[in-house]
Design a protein around this ligand. Sequence first.
Ligand SMILES: [Zn+2]
Length: 474
Amino acid sequence: MDYREILAQSIEEKKQEFIRISNQIWEYAEPRFQEEKSSALQQQYLKEQGFAVRSDLAGEKTAFIAEYGSGKPVIAFLGEFDALSGLSQEADNPERAPIPGCEQGHGCGHQLLGTGALAAAVALKEKMQADHLPGTIRYYGCPAEENAGGKAYLVRDGYFDDCDVALTWHASTTNTVAHVSSLANFRVFFTFHGLSSHAAGAPHLGRSALDAVELMNVGVNYMREHMISTARVHYAVTNTGGTAPNVVQSEAQVLYAIRAPKVTQVKELYNRICKIAQGAALMTETTVDIQQVSAYSNLIRNEVISQQMYDAMNYFLPQNYTEEELEYARTFQKSISDLDRSNLKNTVVNLVGKEKAKEVLQSPMLNFLCPIPTTSGSGSTDVGDVSWVVPTSYFYTACWAAGTPGHAWQQVAQGKSSIAHKGMLLAAKVLACVGYAFLTQPELVQQAHDAWVEDLDGESYPNPLPKDLKPFLW
Ligand SMILES: [Zn+2]
């Protein structure tokens, strides 16, 4: 029997277990660095499946590596399990309905992501065992992809140093190889300290930290004209200094996200923004503390791995959706905004051309394989950091109704549905097949390595995290 059929069959046989794990993690909905139950559940399952597990890595309590086999090559499957704040939502409800008493929700499908990668590792382990294959496979339980870049700490502390290939995926509305670069991204807190005083009685004695935040933001907004057009700078005022206008605010804080195609470009912008912050402090006679809390590097693409992923997806697609599942997806399509709808139309036209788009848009699931993209991505992921030290690639599978927006309650609502599970199981099969190809063909590992060296073009990992920065909650 074809190895793809054997791996797929092994995943199908255990699918109820994978669905149970994914659904359980959906219910835990634990945010970054607090994924204790989600991480423990996966660790326990992988131990039962014969993997050796080590946990609490790189200062991240919920990080772990589950390993099977020995020697080269070393194939890594990357998993995630963190949820997002403010996205609590009842499962299967097409109207906004947060679960009372619950704040978090899986609005990025990481319950599927982690479990799909775990399922691939389990299936490949069975095949290795049956065929007495040499080599090592690892599942990386990676905390805090959202808002903290958990993988960057694991990379910095050397946990990927001996890997040959890293593979992962992400839930989406399309089936496509993510052969696009992602944006490098720094998160930085600027905390201003001034002097409090009575705003009417003794304004001359006060020094306003809130003024400093405002002046800093104005300065950065003037800087926008003089930065590369592909850079992105966003901020959130995380402390306004209180709610009383009659008190001069002695403390205020703003959090910046600074993004650009390359991590070196982000570093340049970061240095300029630090100068603006110091200028604002000078203008207001306040002081400023600058604290970087995370860093994501841009993704180095790998065409050899991407091609393997494409071929495996092509083998397993299209999916067989039932009429009931299509109806479910249609119900969710009704909940998206007109802007999302026109975005969907543009996306499909770009993918398949104007003529075919009409036919494709008839279906509420984009049930076909997209061509390998050549454009650049606009998001950021800490998979980027892994890609600087190991040849890495990832892909998307359709887990949600076409047009479902990202980081939105509609993704949470669909997260326990059979369409989401079908996308997860497809991803598991693709990952297992690609893992098997690299495990059994040393020349393929070499080709991926050569392509990676060429794409790095003499650069080495810029390691954007400050050396002594420890993961922490903010
Ligand atoms: Zn995500």
